[in-house]
Design a protein around this ligand. Structure first.
Ligand SMILES: *Cc1c(COP(=O)(O)O)cnc(C)c1O
Length: 361
């Protein structure tokens, strides 16, 4: 008989934390309805899992992946689904009708394709306006054209205007984009959707009819100067592993590939079963925070594919098998991301297939 024991790394997923964070978003939203943004596999948390957790409280879900959206419909999801990048080819539009998906039309070509098809059902549509992000969206004169085209088709049930904010979490703020939006709307009283997490929290004037929080639902702060804790958000994903080796190294000894860390004194180090193939960022330098059985310490040397090393100076009681938290409960993902020169979004999305996800509550 053979038996296997799983490698100790796992991601704990808290449905309760996700629902709690959605309630925080609800509080900020006032009366606005909430698109829960679940693109990129719910920011790495698992689409089905996230949608299940929010099924009773969500007004709608927003993503970009057509197959995933259709799978949600097939699984019986009833709420509206917003397709944030619209369709990539006109041939996809019949699937939109089949799945009753709400397309975000962001170019005249998309609007034309939508109007050219006699869809079997009427779909709500979003028109995306470029107010300064300069990625996707219609310009003012294109909006006029688009509305004229949509008014001639029976396929559009409702039209909502949408824009995306470039720096709601930063120094440029939102006023300049709000001004452009007001000018583009030219008094038209169509429903509006503007706010991402940062705008939802900081700029009540962006709430309008529908808000689109993503990152805050997963318990990470959209701001560099305010922690998730301060915002009342709880981590949904906790990445955990264990020490799989412990050793004492002499002063002058080096650790890991590239010999990037040199011990200045005799040092006790631990080896953790977690590396960049699990989604831990390889560019996290020595000193990135990590918890060993709840005690805060730091990484040492270069992160390798399956392992990283941690400093056990002052933690002599911990040996092989001691639990390690890479981020999540007790150690904010935002802190780890900052130390690694990135943002939580990237860490979440990078969580690897091979890491099993355990539903905690
Ligand atoms: C991803 C996304 C959001 C969510 O942004 P967060 O910063 O995660 O809140 C909102 N709107 C659009 C169009 C998006 O692509």
């Amino acid at each position: 008989m053979t038996s296997t024991i799983a490698r100790p790394i796992r991601a704990r997923f808290s449905a309760a934390a996700l629902r709690h964070n959605h309630a925080v978003a609800r509080h900020h939203a006032g009366g606005a309805r909430i698109w829960s943004v679940v693109k990129a596999n719910a920011y790495g948390h698992g689409l089905e899992r996230a949608v299940d957790a929010l099924a009773d409280v969500a007004d709608g879900f927003a993503l970009v992946e057509l197959e995933a959206a259709l799978a949600l419909r097939e699984a019986g999801l009833r709420q509206p689904i917003l397709m944030l990048e619209g369709c990539y080819a006109a041939e996809e539009l019949p699937s939109f009708a089949e799945g009753r998906l709400t397309p975000v039309l962001h170019s005249l070509a998309q609007v034309e394709a939508f109007c050219a098809l006699a869809l079997p059902v009427r779909l709500p549509v979003y028109l995306k306006l470029n107010t300064g992000m300069n990625r996707l969206g219609l310009e003012a004169e294109e909006l006029t054209r688009a509305l004229a085209m949509l008014s001639m088709t029976a396929s559009a049930e409702t039209v909502t205007l949408m824009t995306h904010l470039a720096d709601a979490d930063g120094s440029h703020g939102v006023a300049w984009q709000m001004e452009r939006l007001t000018a583009m709307r030219a008094g038209r009283s169509l429903p509006l959707s503007i706010a991402n997490s940062a705008a939802l929290i900081r700029f009540p004037e962006t709430r309008c009819d529908w808000v689109r929080p993503g990152i805050m639902l997963y318990g990470s702060s959209p701001f560099a100067d305010q922690s998730a804790d301060d915002l009342g958000l709880r981590p949904v994903m906790t990445l955990e592993s264990q020490l799989i080796a412990v050793r004492e190294i002499a002063a002058g000894e080096r650790v890991g590939y590239g010999c990037l860390f040199t011990a200045e004194q005799p040092t006790r180090i631990g080896v953790v079963a977690c590396g960049y193939a699990d989604g831990y960022p390889r560019h996290a330098p020595t000193g990135t925070p990590v918890l060993v059985d709840g005690y805060r310490t730091r990484t040492l040397g270069r992160v390798s594919m399956d392992k990283l090393c941690v400093d056990l100076s002052g933690l002599p009681e911990f040996d092989v098998g001691a639990p390690v938290t890479l981020w999540g409960e007790g150690l904010s993902v935002d802190e780890v991301a900052r130390a690694a020169g990135t943002i939580s979004y990237e860490l979440f999305c990078a969580l690897a297939e091979r890491v099993p996800v355990i539903e905690a509550d």
